[in-house]
Design a protein around this ligand. Structure first.
Ligand SMILES: Nc1ncnc2c1ncn2[C@@H]1O[C@H](COP(=O)(O)OP(=O)(O)OP(=O)(O)O)[C@@H](O)[C@H]1O
Ligand SMILES: [Mg+2]
Length: 393
């Protein structure tokens, strides 16, 4: 009989970066992106709604390529970047730290931090001692500190540094820029710099990832956007039913648990194949099985687990509901959650308004990756767990 004590490893992992065996599917994406990174074929934009596993995908690209010679893959979370000075500090530090961990050469990152923080005179001295491209980028920072140059100059210097550092150390560099929608508010200056780099620099590439088309469209997707057609786009899908079924079965088996076919199908359907919810529901279903002292999970435990999950997500969904949407958007999302799947004219009819009254709000919701369209043109709420929460009596 399975008990919690005999299970040594966690069966599921909810939140944070995951690796195999907790990271499943995504084989095609991983292969393509790893090839692009290895050969510096092109830069990429990875788009998916929240919780589809973007950060984990980036993490696994890095992991798969960790033994690749002369290839550096610095990871940057763009939430840390709210100014050009941040951009400079965070990206340069990420590159140096990646170089140090790959080559086991120490001291560069520490020297860079010294230059950022120490009193100017000592910093100047240190900058001169370091030499090479790092000296160069440090010097620009000191001029910025002395208010001799604008902060935009820091962004320019950072890009110059990536290029010259790569040449100097004979390395290829692939920057992973996660949550890139967070810098969408920067003015065109930064993106024009990116464009120039994408055009001209042979040994540095960028993998951008983000979860809002609305914010990213002005950078990548619109015809007048600075990086339009400069990167290859990938839209991540939910995990497929058989991937989910295999994963859930394998994880449960570790604790001596099994799941019926209808139950695992239901688990996939209720989570919509969204990775985060699969793992979270996995945990709750196991808890329900332990409580009932059963080793075979059935539809009823999946239903119980799902109810518990909605309850756990209650406050988070409530915040999302009131913070992110306008009144009209709320009515649209709620109507569509009830209808399940509907064309624009049917949503409008249900709301007793004209189609043109809601079309721009619907498009906006689609760009926010809240709604998506099927091939027949009908709309649905992407996050079906959120939709189920909205439909709760
Ligand atoms: N390929 C995968 N296989 C199984 N579970 C996954 C996979 N990718 C992600 N998950 C699950 O989803 C959770 C969230 O993953 P991750 O943080 O990578 O998503 P994200 O898209 O970056 O989310 P956010 O939009 O919040 O930044 C993970 O902690 C894990 O539970
Ligand atoms: Mg993420």
């Amino acid at each position: 009989m399975a008990t919690e004590e005999i299970v040594k490893e966690a069966l599921f992992k909810v939140g944070g970066l995951v690796e195999p065996p907790y990271f499943v599917g995504r084989e095609a994406e991983l292969e393509r992106l790893c090839n692009d990174a290895r050969d510096l074929t092109q830069s990429n934009l990875i788009l998916a709604p929240r919780r589809f596993g973007k950060s984990s995908l980036l993490h696994n690209i890095k992991k798969q390529l960790q033994d690749e010679e002369q290839l550096l893959i610095p990871y940057v979370n763009c939430r840390e970047i709210t100014s050009y000075a941040d951009f400079h500090r965070v990206t340069v530090a990420a590159l140096l730290s990646e170089y140090e961990s790959k080559t086991r050469v120490a001291g560069l990152l520490e020297a860079f931090r010294f230059v950022l923080k120490e009193r100017v005179l000592r910093a100047v001295q240190r900058v001169e001692e370091i030499g090479g491209s790092l000296s160069e980028v440090g010097r620009v920072y000191l001029r910025f500190r002395e208010q001799e140059v604008e902060d935009t100059e820091l962004a320019r210097a950072a890009f110059r540094f990536f290029r010259s550092f790569a040449e100097e150390k004979s390395v290829r560099v692939v920057f992973l820029l996660d949550e890139f929608q967070e810098v969408a508010g920067f003015n065109g200056f930064l993106f024009n710099l990116f464009k120039k780099e994408l055009d001209e620099v042979p040994n540095v590439r960028y993998f951008f990832s983000g979860s809002s088309m609305r914010m990213l469209s002005s950078i990548f997707l619109r015809e007048d956007a600075p990086l339009y057609l400069m990167v290859s786009r990938h839209y991540m899908e939910p995990l497929r039913e058989n991937t989910v079924a295999d994963f859930v079965r394998q994880r449960l088996a570790i604790a001596g648990l099994a799941i019926t076919n209808p139950a695992v199908q239901l688990l996939h359907a209720l989570t919509g194949g969204i990775p985060y919810y699969i793992q979270k529901l996995g945990v709750l279903v196991v808890q329900s099985a332990f409580l009932r002292s059963t080793t075979k999970i059935t539809v009823s435990q999946v239903r119980d687990g799902f109810d518990a999950m909605l309850e756990e997500l209650d406050s988070e969904f409530e915040v999302r509901w009131f913070a992110r949407f306008s009144n009209q958007q709320r009515t649209i999302v709620k109507t569509l959650a009830q209808l399940g799947e509907a064309r624009m004219k049917d949503i409008a009819a249900e709301m007793r308004v004209q189609r043109y009254d809601i079309s721009s709000a619907v498009n906006r919701l689609r760009d926010m990756m809240i709604l998506a369209t099927k091939s027949d043109g009908s709309y649905y709420v992407i996050d079906c767990v959120f939709a189920a929460w909205l439909n709760k009596p």
